[in-house]
Write a protein that binds this ligand. Structure first.
Ligand SMILES: *Cc1c(COP(=O)(O)O)cnc(C)c1O
Length: 465
């Protein structure tokens, strides 16, 4: 029996390792046949049991044709990151141990790992040591937590307890955010009952950071109203970071809550070369970031931080008589800081990633991705492409030839298979969007990918001048 379990788990582990070694050789995207995948996974729900080994073999066979090389070195879409060896193994253990990270009683080990890893992340990012840390699914959840705690505070300042009385008759809160905010802010505004009409957009600079003068004007206009200001470290198109110091000081002069969406950009703080981009981040009231992007932790894992730890716990916690350890906000349990109650033990993977890299390793990872992004931009530009952003971080926006044909080019590059890039609309132009955030990407990968993009563009131009 134990031998069987060993075999089963080893099979899952060796398939995972096999996928990693193969990912470099296969097209980055499999262009899967959806109906074939549905057929492989589908069929009737069986009445009786199936042997576990058989189930795993069936799963591997069914899934393989539909796996995307996001863990590989030439996937430049979204901001995906990779999955480091130790962090991946740690996540396998989190599943194998099946720990529930709700509280200390359920898993003293998971709680200790979150305390340690959360502390290390604060140290690396320059978030104040007293800040609370909730391990969540990603920056969407982290942004929602930050806005929820901010909602509690700014409405309390206006004499309203939103936890008790809800939003219906509450003073109207304004969410002030750049016109180039991430779309998760809008979803958080919907989920939290503000509605997207509560969002007061502020103009962005030519690089996509919040325009501080426009922010000042907006805050003056909103004087007297409860305000949450949502800043950004790492524009998802350009990588630009808001002037966190100036914007936070302004917002605090207006008694606003300041949340920083730093899904990937906050990691700029981990390197001396890029830390200036997020100068002043420590002044904010709450922060959201991802571990599954730039830290190269497997999906999913994000972190929600709040400078006021007890307000964080008061906003997110709940109590029930059967839940040991719940209710004392001076010593919140893990589940008092997250929207979830039962939760996978994400701290193990973050702990492992940070232990594997060390402080210098994280800085080097950030520097390397930025250098590779600049290399990509330069190589494409040398080949005739136009780079549309200052490549300050790991994001590159380019066009090759006519921007009106960008989508056609993006599709053809994806089809060609050397690398995967996405398209975006930025400042009215359709552009190719390239994000470098995988620890395994090399200069060779960048060169091969840039050359492939240029070659595809050239053959498109030749076929249809
Ligand atoms: C990716 C991203 C998000 C959303 O993060 P998830 O991990 O997908 O929840 C939010 N903001 C920014 C700037 C991002 O890059």
């Amino acid at each position: 029996m134990d031998d069987d379990l060993d075999q089963l788990f080893l099979r899952a582990a060796s398939e995972s390792a096999h996928h990693r070694t193969r990912v470099d050789e296969l097209p980055v995207h499999p262009s899967p046949d959806r109906s074939a995948l549905d057929a492989a996974f589908g069929g009737p729900l069986l009445t009786g049991p199936t042997d576990s080994q058989r189930v795993v073999e069936d799963l591997i066979a069914a899934a393989r044709p539909g796996l995307v090389g996001t863990v590989g070195p030439r996937f430049f879409g979204f901001v995906i990151g990779g999955a480091s060896p130790a962090a991946t193994a740690a996540d396998m253990l989190a599943a194998g141990w099946d720990q529930c990270a709700y509280n200390e009683v359920l898993s003293p080990a998971a709680a200790a790992a979150e305390r340690a890893a959360g502390g290390w992340v604060k140290e690396l990012l320059g978030i104040p040591g007293q800040a609370s840390v909730g391990f969540v699914t990603g920056a969407q959840a982290a942004n929602t937590v930050g806005l929820a705690v901010g909602r509690q505070r700014v409405l309390a300042d206006a004499g309203w307890d939103v936890a008790l009385d809800g939003l219906c008759a509450a003073p109207r809160v304004a969410i002030v955010a750049s016109e180039e905010r991430h779309a998760t802010i809008d979803r958080a505004a919907r989920l939290l009952g503000f509605g997207t009409r509560s969002i007061e957009p502020v103009a962005a600079t030519t690089q996509g950071a919040i325009d501080v003068d426009a922010l000042r004007a907006k805050l003056d206009e909103l004087r007297g109203r409860p305000v949450i200001v949502c800043l950004q470290a790492g524009n998802v198109n350009t990588g630009a970071c808001d002037d966190l110091r100036a914007a936070t000081e302004l917002a605090h002069d207006h008694a606003a809550w300041v949340h920083v969406d730093g899904a990937f950009g906050l990691w700029a703080a981990a390197s001396a070369r890029t830390a200036h981009l997020v100068d002043g981040l420590e002044l904010a009231d709450s922060w959201g970031t991802d571990a599954h992007k730039w830290l190269n932790v497997p999906y999913d894992c994000g972190l929600a931080f709040c400078a006021d730890a007890s307000l964080h716990a008061a906003t997110m916690s709940y109590a029930a008589a059967y839940l040991t350890g719940s209710g004392a906000l001076s010593d919140p349990v893990l589940g008092d800081l997250t929207p979830e109650s039962s939760r996978r033990a994400r701290g193990f993977a973050v702990w492992a990633a940070l232990r594997e890299l060390g402080r210098d390793g994280v800085a080097e990872l950030v520097d390397r991705c930025c250098a590779l992004a600049r290399r990509m931009a330069l190589r494409l530009e040398t080949g005739g492409a136009t780079v549309h952003n200052d490549v300050v971080l790991n994001q590159v926006l380019v066009s090759v030839g006519d921007p009106a044909r960008t989508d056609e080019l993006v599709g053809a590059v994806q089809q060609e298979g050397t690398c995967w890039v996405g398209g975006t609309t930025w400042r009215g132009r359709r552009l190719i969007r390239i994000s470098v955030s995988n620890a395994t990407t090399t200069e060779g990968d960048i060169d091969a990918s840039a050359d492939a993009i240029l070659a595809v563009a050239a053959s498109m131009a030749a076929a249809n001048p």
